[in-house]
Design a protein around this ligand. Structure first.
Ligand code: FAD
Ligand code: NAP
Length: 429
């Protein structure tokens, strides 16, 4: 079984014998098309491969896991223990630490793709995907990023796996165009090496903003971090047990509001009063906030200590930028050399998927976890549950099993049809 397009197939070849049939710039795909070759897309592909279902993976970048390979900083480590980050059917190598590094994770994904013989079609950006009622199929249009050529894929199943963090969010700030220093988004930040002695404004206090501020400190930069509202900061581990693992265990027995209360109390006990440093806690608990608004709590890996010691200055929201600095909402003026926008990411589903029944306007499924993986007419979603890699694995298993089951039924029906036709012919003769 191949998942590569065979552009040399003669036009009359039966599509059921081959994964695809090429007609001009159209490709009929015998099996699902998966959009995105990140962890979610790879996990679904692995599940399909195991069940003998052919598939095509379309990826806009020139590599798998492009978020991890191209858009993350050097010091990044998985922030949940390894058992919550493994993809289905294939464990991490035994020698990997509890919190694998970004490079270890990328190596694991490369091995994963090789092991399951997943060969995405790289440099193909999906521009639109629409269900065609007339032919009962999905029509997926892509453009090749190297030569701008266009291809239309036609298939019965579409798996959206383009991620919750497909595009950077760059808010508009008054006067930013006049600022004379360097401005970049967190997705382009690699390390603090180039910032020695520089005054850097880090906008945003999610996991990216917190870790980049810490990294800048470690390279002798002078970071100020903008916290415009509030944020839950929790220790990554409590008494040697990962906070995430504890939350999973407690949630089995206790209501979410009680687990939240326990975590906030423990965080207060272990971290002290962090509000006096400008780090305000939201009134809604961390898990509740994650569930309702998708706002991830920060798992602290050392930033709080730097804030306490004054090496990272916490500042309020931004009023406006000017040539040499920034005016803050409290009226203070900060002279700065650079700005790093750790202002988050968004889904890009609305830009390419012409559908509004299953996905809402923000590019996330309308039905919450654990039921947001299957839409109508062969549409599936993987990796949009706001539950990181473990949520993506959960979706991927369900999606590949569901498609596998339908595939096997259809195959059985086709075989039965062929058998009865052969029987009728042999009776006649
Ligand atoms: C800095 C950072 C650190 C993170 N750390 C963790 C962590 O430790 N643990 C955790 O669980 N989660 C973490 N996450 C969340 C992370 O998004 C997921 O873990 C994981 O990458 C999700 O996989 P995915 O395949 O769903 O999405 P992605 O990894 O984003 O992959 C989606 C793929 O789809 C491709 N694509 C997008 N649009 C198109 C298109 N139109 N056409 C073709 N291809 C397209 C992209 O190029 C990309 O390769 C982190 C996120 C960030 C930003
Ligand atoms: N080690 C790791 O595993 C790791 C590291 C980094 C990221 N991640 C994950 O990656 C995902 C994205 O994280 P992220 O930190 O990049 O994004 P994020 O969690 O969405 O945080 C964005 C931050 O930017 C702020 N912001 C947005 N617009 C702003 C504006 N106009 N002015 C001031 N502040 C503004 C937000 O403040 P408000 O809250 O006020 O809106 C928020 O603090 C998360 O799931 C995260 O857990 C994981």
């Amino acid at each position: 079984m191949s998942n590569q397009c065979n552009l040399c197939l003669p036009p009359m070849v039966d599509a059921s014998e081959h994964d695809e049939l090429f007609i001009g710039r159209r490709i009929l795909v015998n099996g699902p098309v998966i959009v995105g070759a990140g962890p979610s897309g790879l996990a679904v592909a692995a599940g399909l491969q195991q069940q003998g279902v052919p598939f095509v993976v379309l990826e806009r970048a020139n590599c798998i896991a492009s978020l991890w390979q191209n858009k993350t900083y050097d010091r990044l480590k998985l922030h949940l223990p390894r058992q919550f980050c493994e993809l289905p059917y294939f464990p991490f190598p035994k020698e990997y630490p509890e919190y694998p590094s970004k490079n270890q994770f990328i190596n694991y994904l490369e091995t994963y793709a090789k092991h399951f013989k997943i060969n995405p079609r790289f440099n193909e950006t999906v521009q639109s995907a629409k269900y065609d009622e007339n032919c009962g199929s999905w029509r997926i249009k892509t453009v090749d990023t190297s030569d701008y050529s266009e291809i239309e894929y036609i298939c019965s199943w579409l798996v959206a796996a383009t991620g919750e963090n497909a595009e950077k969010v760059v808010p508009e700030f008054e006067g930013l165009q006049d600022f004379s220093g360097q401005v970049m988004h967190a997705c382009d930040y690699k390390s603090g090496k180039a910032y020695d002695g520089k005054r850097v404004l880090v906008v945003g206090c999610g996991n990216s903003g917190m870790e980049i501020s810490l990294d800048l400190c470690n390279y002798n930069a002078i970071p100020s971090m903008v916290i415009r509202s509030s944020v839950h900061v929790l220790p990554r581990e409590i008494l040697g047990i990962s906070t995430f693992q504890l939350s999973v265990s407690l949630m089995k027995w206790l209501p979410i509001w009680l687990v939240d209360k326990i975590f906030v109390s423990i965080a207060r006990l272990l971290m002290g009063n962090i509000e006096k440093y400008g780090v305000k806690r939201p009134s809604t608990g961390p898990l509740q906030l994650k569930n309702t608004l998708g706002k991830t709590p920060v798992l602290d890996i050392g930033t709080l200590n730097k804030i306490r010691s004054g090496m990272i200055k916490v500042v309020p929201g931004i009023k406006k930028f000017s040539r040499d600095g920034v005016e803050l909402e409290n009226g203070e003026f900060l002279e700065i050399d650079s700005v790093i926008l750790a202002t988050g990411y968004c889904s890009n589903i609305p830009s390419w998927l012409k559908e509004n029944e299953f996905f809402s306007g923000d590019g996330f499924p309308k039905t919450p976890f654990p039921n947001g993986w299957k839409g109508k007419a062969g549409l599936y979603a993987v990796g949009f549950s706001r539950r990181g890699l473990s949520g993506a694995s959960f979706d991927a298993i369900r999606v590949s099993e569901d498609i596998g089951q339908i595939w096997k039924q259809e195959l059985k029906q086709k075989n039965q049809g062929a058998l009865s036709l052969a029987n009728r012919r042999s009776c006649k003769s």
